[in-house]
Design a protein around this ligand. Structure first.
Ligand code: TXA
Ligand code: MG
Length: 354
């Protein structure tokens, strides 16, 4: 049985936090909101609790977890050495959506790090996450609270849909304010490497510590209609519907819209597939003339924060509406655009440049 507790995201009720902390302390699993997405938390110092996280998600054991800590004073519980730039980054971006890779402290059970000698660590800024850490007084291992391979949850109902019956408790603190996972930055490399773009942009990091590298990226500028073969792209954020990404490499929005319309015409003529479109306020009217398609606007194209916040929920809504194909386009790679493009690519079965 999975219990759900409604909790105030600004001023979490202490009695509820104590109940959740007790579940964590006794080796159970609690899903809780962070500023990025909902996490599936367990005691990071308890190998059995960590094992339960992998089982609940159906996550392969070779994919390491992020350890959440209250603040930098807990760093020595999880790591042995602080690489250059740690102080600066932690000072500027913690608490917040930046995960840092450090050498692992042997106190962290090997299954947390998938047997590796490095550990991913972040201090979340969400009041519920902070209260849970403070009261449990334990580092909490928490991947995103979705079944492995599915879209990350940004609302408690998403967690329930994926994990009901597999975890002990869900703290329902409403919608996650960022809606995209944290940026993962490997500090054990020089220069540091962004392993996953996220809530803190590459530009913000580089402004602070100078050049960082971006981990070798999958797929850019592939020939038109290129179909990604399984394994070439980790499909980590996929909705159950087939997502087709019209990647706006030209930067000209009209090109992307034309491609979507072209595709629409083609698919609607050929077969009876149900189609959903993820679009933005300024562009939704282009698609209104088409009957029987589900249109969801993610917000204004001028507001990447808003698009980021609504992206995963939009995918889940279309999937629940039962569409076969989701058509969408990206928003370049400036600022949060890079993280949005990354998540769309990972969700996509096909990427078409425009
Ligand atoms: O925003 C977030 O980061 C959310 C919230 C809950 O904090 N968590 C999250 O966890 O997205 P997860 O497990 O879904 O993604 C963790 C990512 C994975 O891509 C994993 O491979 C990478 O971090 N990672 C974890 N430990 C690592 C390590 N030691 N070295 C390299 N990558 C690591
Ligand atoms: Mg995840």
């Amino acid at each position: 049985m999975t219990e759900i507790l409604k909790i105030d995201p600004q001023k979490p009720e202490l009695s509820l936090i104590q109940e959740a902390a007790e579940v964590i302390r006794s080796g159970g699993l609690v899903a809780f909101p962070t500023e990025t997405v909902y996490g599936l938390g367990g005691n990071a110092l308890d190998a059995q609790a960590v094992q339960r996280i992998f089982l609940a998600k159906g996550r392969p054991a070779n994919d390491p977890l992020i350890v959440h800590i209250l603040n930098k004073s807990w760093l020595d519980r999880v790591t042995t050495t602080l690489p250059p730039n740690t102080e600066l980054l932690v000072h500027h971006f913690w608490p917040g959506p930046l995960t840092l890779i450090f050498p692992r402290n042997p106190a962290i059970p090997p299954n947390v790090t998938a047997g590796g000698n490095s550990v991913a660590v972040r201090a979340p800024s969400h009041p519920i996450a902070q209260a849970l850490l403070a009261v449990a007084e334990l580092p909490i291992a928490a991947p995103s609270a979705n079944r492995f391979g599915h879209t990350s949850p940004t609302q408690a109902s998403h967690v329930f849909a994926d994990l009901a019956g597999r975890i002990d408790l869900i703290l329902d603190g409403g919608e996650c304010p960022i809606g995209l996972e944290s940026t993962v930055l490997d500090l054990t490399k020089d220069p540091p490497v962004i392993l996953r773009p996220g809530g803190i942009s590459r530009e913000e990091i580089e402004q602070l510590i100078g050049k960082v590298n971006l981990a070798a990226k999958n797929k850019s500028g592939e020939p038109e209609g290129y179909l990604i073969s399984p394994g070439m792209l980790d499909r980590h954020y996929s909705p159950h519907s087939t997502l087709i990404l019209i990647e706006n490499v030209s930067g000209n929005r009209e090109n992307a819209i034309k491609k979507i319309i072209e595709y629409l015409g083609q698919v609607q003529k050929e077969d009876q597939k149900r189609i959903g479109i993820l679009t933005v306020d300024e562009e939704a009217f282009f698609f209104n003339a088409y009957p029987q398609i589900e249109i969801i606007s993610l917000g204004s194209r001028e507001n990447l924060d808003q698009i980021g916040r609504n992206l995963f929920a939009g995918m889940r809504t279309l999937e629940q509406a039962g569409v076969d194909i989701i058509l969408t386009t990206d928003f370049g790679e400036k600022g949060l655009g890079l993280a949005i493009r990354d998540r769309l690519r990972r969700a996509a079965s096909q990427i078409i440049p425009a």
